[in-house]
Design a protein around this ligand. Structure first.
Ligand code: ADP
Ligand code: MG
Length: 241
């Protein structure tokens, strides 16, 4: 579904990604893990086109996501949902409005269609009764579930998550992970930057371990945790467990 080919990205003197290649297949739930500053967010943001790569290419279904064809690039991007650590909800809009806006503006849906879809996904994440609330009146876990519902309203083929539970109080982490787990069960393709090793191991299908801008190790989740190959992965796991 997504192919990252020899991608490099530099910020001033920091080489955030060094010749990274990665394939995401339909139904994969990939956990991107690694120390802080290893390039996880940069990789996810490059896939979503929020950052432009210095070199290398990213393909979606074998089509290069070239910036040259802006219309096509936008259509490719619209097939991906992105969930941020800090939710990025519009604070001046109700939960329902948050979920409807891009459907109307980007997908040109009618108000009724957008509302129907929004209510469906709010129900799915267990927040139908909060549809008229404003983000500031929600808990962190609720905000993140709204953000997930909002992304799903765009009917994406793949969901990208950048540390979706890192800003949450511990008691709220589970409700968000449960929503993500359900999504995975329904066959959604996902790439998740996470420090939740339980999620990576039990829900994720594959682990990609990054360090200093490079993919050091990649394996089936169970195999990665049971039997890490590289010293850097072993060292990382000994620190997080
Ligand atoms: P991670 O998500 O694994 O913590 P990042 O992808 O955010 O890592 O960052 C990788 C490296 O790139 C870090 O050294 C970070 O400081 C640097 N970096 C990331 N984004 C920027 C930016 N916009 N400007 C300058 N440096 C950046
Ligand atoms: Mg990050």
């Amino acid at each position: 579904m997504i192919r990252v080919e020899n991608v490099s990205k530099q910020f001033n003197k920091t080489r955030a990604l060094k010749n990274v290649s990665l394939e995401v297949n339909k139904g994969d739930i990939i956990s991107l893990i690694g120390p802080s500053g290893s390039g996880k967010s940069t990789l996810l943001r490059c896939i979503h086109g929020l950052e432009h790569v210095d070199s290398g290419k990213i393909y979606m279904d074998d089509e290069w996501m070239s910036l040259d064809d802006e219309k096509k690039f936008r259509a490719q991007r619209n097939r991906m949902g992105f969930v941020f650590q800090h939710f990025n909800l519009f604070p001046n809009m109700s939960v329902l409005q948050n979920c409807k806006l891009a459907q109307v503006e980007v997908l040109n849906k009618t108000d009724e269609e957008a509302e129907k879809t929004a209510l469906e996904y709010l129900d799915k994440v267990g927040l139908l009764e909060k549809k008229d609330a404003y983000p500031n009146n929600l808990s962190g876990g609720q905000k993140q579930r709204v953000a997930i519902a909002r992304a799903l309203c765009m009917n994406p083929d793949i969901m990208l998550f950048d540390e979706p539970t890192s800003a949450l109080d511990p008691e709220m982490i589970k409700e968000v992970l449960e929503v993500m787990k359900d999504l995975g069960k329904q066959g959604m393709t996902m790439v998740v930057v996470t420090h939740e090793m339980g999620f990576a191991r039990k829900v994720g299908t594959r682990v990609v371990f990054l360090d200093q801008g490079e993919i050091i190790e990649e394996n089936a989740s169970e195999e990665f945790f049971a039997n890490p190959q590289s010293d850097r992965a072993k060292d990382f796991l000994s620190k997080v467990f």
